[in-house]
Design a binder for this molecule. Structure first.
Ligand code: CP
Length: 307
């Protein structure tokens, strides 16, 4: 049996193109399972997984929980709000107490970049990073690239633009790594204040004009403005951001080509995307969410065999 080169999924930076292909092929099989009347397999019947969330989530948390249940794992859920973290318990004490209950795997979201990497140096259980601050969100990038492959047949050679708040986005960084490993051309587009200074060192194109970016690409992955992570004002107002970077269906229809529209969610409707664009035939936003379950099943299944 083929296996992953890593025993934790901390980031896309740490895995190979072969790892990604293996995850995709495994997810193809699980997607078939999810389309059957009985959507469950006994693969992780002996495994207990803790979903440990120190930050809010809808898609990632529910998608991991469903993936775990579809694999017949036992599941416990921890949320920092309402927990003993509020009494001063540390991250490591919290996780070690969860592991003392005979838990095999930790899926963790945390607001601090590097938190899952820190954990991996102190605990034995497999760890999946479900988003660490502004750093990486590896399963999001895997489901995004899997969805591009599903819609366009291949990721290699495709032109993908990531539009919006690149500076605060873990989705952008993980997508850049995944797309490049799979042979796509990557562009980022946004106001200059929301582009990291080092961005060109990652080998991506940079475009400030959203209309030129849309004219260039096969796929546009549009990001949310992350006001909750912004320590200062990066643009005068949301209204002005929408004026220059907001995308609506008329813009997409006028391109005279097929374009695939993506968004990791949650969408700020009327800010980065109009409702008529988000809900248009260009959009594969809900396909991304659907594919997230199969991708997370694949990641958990493959990591469980890497003790
Ligand atoms: N895409 C994503 O990570 O969404 P949630 O924050 O709702 O999990």
């Amino acid at each position: 049996m083929q296996e992953l080169s890593v025993r934790h999924l901390l980031g896309i930076k740490d895995i190979t193109a072969e790892d990604i292909q293996l995850i995709f092929e495994t997810a193809d099989n699980f997607k078939d399972v999810l389309n059957r009347p009985i959507k469950k397999v006994p693969s992780l019947r002996d495994i207990t997984i803790a979903n440990v969330f120190f930050e809010n989530s809808t898609r990632t948390r529910l998608s991991f929980e469903l993936a775990e249940k579809r694999l017949s794992a036992d599941v416990i859920n921890f949320s920092s709000s309402g927990s003993s973290v509020k009494k001063g318990e540390t991250l490591l004490d919290t996780v070690n107490n969860i592991l003392a209950m005979k838990v095999d795997m930790i899926v963790m979201r945390h607001s601090s970049p590097g938190a899952p990497h820190f954990l991996s140096r102190h605990i034995d259980a497999n760890i999946v990073n479900a988003g660490d601050g502004t750093h990486e969100h590896p399963t999001q990038a895997l489901l995004d690239t899997f969805s591009i492959r599903e819609r366009l047949g291949n990721v290699a050679g495709k032109k993908v633009v990531i539009i919006g708040d690149i500076l605060h986005s873990r989705v952008a960084l993980s997508n850049i790594f995944a797309l490049q490993k799979l042979g796509a051309e990557v562009m980022v587009c946004g106001p200059v204040t929301l582009l990291p200074k080092y961005i060109k060192e990652l080998g991506v194109k940079v475009e400030l004009d959203v209309r030129k970016a849309l004219a260039w690409c096969d796929v546009a992955n549009v990001l949310r403005i992350q006001l909750e992570r912004q320590q200062m004002k990066y643009f005068p107002s949301l209204r002005e951001y929408t004026l220059y970077y907001g995308i609506d269906k008329k813009m997409l229809d006028s391109l005279d080509k097929e374009i695939v529209l993506m968004h990791p969610g949650p969408i700020n409707r009327g800010v980065e995307l109009s409702s008529d664009a988000a809900d248009s035939h260009h959009s594969i936003i809900l396909n991304q969410v659907e594919n997230g379950v199969a991708i997370r099943m694949a990641v958990l299944y493959l990591l469980a065999s890497k003790k």
